[in-house]
Design a protein around this ligand. Structure first.
Ligand code: ADP
Length: 319
């Protein structure tokens, strides 16, 4: 393989730039030309493709977002769209593609591979919801952003003796809520993977209050429902002054943590290695601190699961 492409797709996540940098530099190190495809699959279809040099990825290892931009593209879900994409790749002489993104982006990479164009998926999403990897690029940074917010909200919660409901991102996966809730000492963590009864939460809050606890932090993953609604229900049932904070998009931005930069560098480089070995249809990941790769189909078929013992621990520590 003498020419490869790289794109970022779907929701952005901190560390995507570090992954792009690793792909570009690893390829150039092996005398392979690299082409950046701008705006994800949309840019692939419209041919927004530019050759990247060592300097193109200079000064980005510490930056959030993605210099390649990202987009959502419904046309690429159609076979016609996918064939248009392959046509563009062939026009530039590109023989393999690294796709950095979440499971939607992986589905696109799978389709291209099925049409005979080798692709490797690099997991980049703050949700940590991809199977076959312990961590996705951006999760650690988002987690630290949430912790910072929880610590600050806790100061106010303590001073005003209030209950705070903090809604964090995670449509289908509760990892961000679970890890931040545990690290932030939340009294209750609500995640889509675990059932809960509002009556139990209320009883717990009242018990804590009777014991002299004057403030509480409840972390809610957005997949569970609206934090605002949950806050209303809690205030009505407990009569405790309750406030809601929806953290929103601040969770997606910011300079990536050292962990995410190192992870992105290792995963980006591995993706290039696989392509150079002529392997497409793979998804890279990290498991037990080893860089691994799996069939992208297997990764898409399997569901990422939370660490159940962590959930149990979070309830034990917040008695
Ligand atoms: P993420 O990659 O963060 O999960 P999306 O689910 O929005 O984000 O997917 C990103 C893009 O990947 C979509 O806009 C679309 O272009 C492409 N994609 C998603 N699902 C498929 C699919 N089944 N087939 C082909 N392309 C897909």
């Amino acid at each position: 393989m003498k020419k490869i492409g790289v794109l970022t797709s779907g929701g952005d996540s901190p560390g995507m730039n570090a992954a792009v940098r690793a792909v570009v530099r690893k390829a150039i190190y092996h005398d392979v030309e690299v082409y950046g495809i701008y705006q994800g699959y949309a840019g692939l279809i419209s041919g927004q493709i530019k050759k990247m040099e060592i300097g193109t990825v200079g000064d980005i290892v510490h930056r959030g977002g993605t210099i390649l931009y990202t987009a959502r593209c419904d046309e690429f879900k159609t076979e016609e769209g996918q064939m248009k994409g392959i046509e563009q790749l062939r026009k530039f002489g590109i023989e393999g593609l690294v796709v950095i993104g979440g499971d939607g982006s992986f589905a696109g990479a799978k389709k291209l591979t099925e049409h005979g164009f080798p692709c490797v998926g690099v997991p980049g999403t703050i949700d940590n919801d991809i199977a076959g990897t312990d961590f996705t690029i951006g999760f650690d940074t988002a987690l630290n952003t949430v912790i910072d917010a929880i610590d600050k909200i806790r100061d106010t919660a303590t001073s005003h003796e209030r209950t705070y409901v903090i809604e964090v991102m995670g449509r289908h996966a509760g990892d961000l809520a679970l890890w931040s809730g545990l690290a932030g000492g939340a009294e209750t963590i609500l995640i889509p993977e675990a059932n809960f009864e509002m009556d139990d939460i209320v009883a717990r809050l009242i018990r804590g209050h009777e014991r002299g606890k004057k403030h509480s932090i409840i972390v809610v993953a957005e997949g569970v429902g609206s934090g605002v609604d949950i806050g209303k229900q809690i205030q009505e049932a407990t009569k405790f002054e309750t406030r809601v904070s929806v953290l929103g998009y601040i969770q997606r931005g910011g300079s990536p943590t050292a962990f995410d930069r190192v992870l992105a560098s290792r995963l980006g480089a591995k993706a290039v290695e696989l392509l150079l070995e002529g392997k497409g249809g793979r998804a890279v990941g990290i498991q037990q601190n080893k860089i691994v790769d799996h069939d992208i189909l297997e990764v898409l078929d399997k569901k990422h699961t939370i660490e159940e013992d962590m959930y149990v621990l979070s309830t034990e520590l917040s008695i």
